[in-house]
Design a protein. Sequence first.
Length: 76
Amino acid sequence: MSKICEICGKKPVAGRTIVRRGLAKKKGGVGQKITGINPRRFLPNLKTVRAFINGVPKRVKTCVKCLKAGKIVKAV
């Protein structure tokens, strides 16, 4: 279960990179043309932290959004 937040279940999502070429119409060109589309993955920002899970310190992979929101208590 790598690349998945153990708190909220956030995981990688699929997307695309789009390569364009040409000068935009508002800048006096004929417009941009799409010359290539490649698949890519958007990965969550995960950190491995020691946290108290049911009163026991344990290592968990969690996204930074959950850490900042205070959804887990870090073990010192």
